[in-house]
Design a protein around this ligand. Structure first.
Ligand SMILES: C[C@@H](C(=O)O)C(=O)SCCNC(=O)CCNC(=O)[C@H](O)C(C)(C)COP(=O)(O)OP(=O)(O)OC[C@H]1O[C@@H](n2cnc3c(N)ncnc32)[C@H](O)[C@@H]1OP(=O)(O)O
Ligand SMILES: [Co+2]
Length: 168
């Protein structure tokens, strides 16, 4: 900011001393940050045969896997593969309006479908990203596979990768 701009801002904080106003001006961007991005929670793979995909991770690669769970709110079945402090989510369509059906029609053997990143305040993240013209794929967060709110970001706004945010 130019020195004139700084002076105008500082003048607008009339009730404060000059040095107090300058301090607030400098620290403002830090104190207004309302959400933070965290670690990768899971990487998801869409698969046409979830039993076969589960068997690969459990029987061939020796990983611990969950049961298959229906997620009717999301139009998918999920199996989670436990990998230390992260996970792979295996997805298979549930119902005739599954959001992964087009993807599987285009990728017959399945493929990497999305990454899920943890955030500490999903409501603030959604407001902020909307204002920054990142398309959210639902107006409100839904409860995800871990019982926590999740929202998806359009792959065309995220370097071609579908991104899920999960509240921690
Ligand atoms: C249980 C929960 C949890 O973990 O808690 C979950 O994960 S549920 C996981 C399942 N739920 C979701 O995925 C919900 C969010 N997803 C959606 O709303 C949808 O899948 C969309 C991402 C909007 C895609 O929808 P749809 O395939 O019908 O549209 P479309 O074929 O017109 O695709 C639009 C463009 O995006 C591309 N596209 C589609 N899916 C993509 C993906 N997974 N990764 C990267 N690009 C993708 C298409 O190739 C196309 O690009 P071109 O135009 O260049 O060809
Ligand atoms: Co997911």
């Amino acid at each position: 900011m130019s020195s004139l701009g700084s002076k105008l801002l500082v003048n607008s904080l009339r009730k404060l001393s000059y040095s107090q106003a300058r301090h607030i001006h400098r620290t403002l961007p830090m104190s207004t940050k309302k959400w933070n991005i965290g670690k990768i929670n899971h990487v998801a793979m869409a698969t046409p045969d979830i039993e076969k995909a589960t068997s690969l991770f459990r029987d061939v690669l020796g990983a611990k896997v969950s049961e298959k769970h229906p997620q009717p709110e999301h139009g998918v079945y999920t199996v989670f593969v436990e990998l230390g402090d992260t996970k792979i989510e295996l997805l298979n369509p549930l119902g005739d309006k599954s959001p992964i059906q087009n993807f599987l029609d285009k990728n017959k053997s399945g493929g990497m479908h999305h990454i899920c990143i943890e955030v500490d305040n999903i409501e603030e993240a959604m407001k902020d990203l909307k204002a920054k013209k990142i398309r959210l794929l639902s107006d409100e967060a839904k409860i995800g596979a871990h019982g926590k709110p999740v929202v998806f970001l359009h792959p065309k706004d995220c370097n071609g990768v579908l991104v899920e945010l999960e509240q921690q």
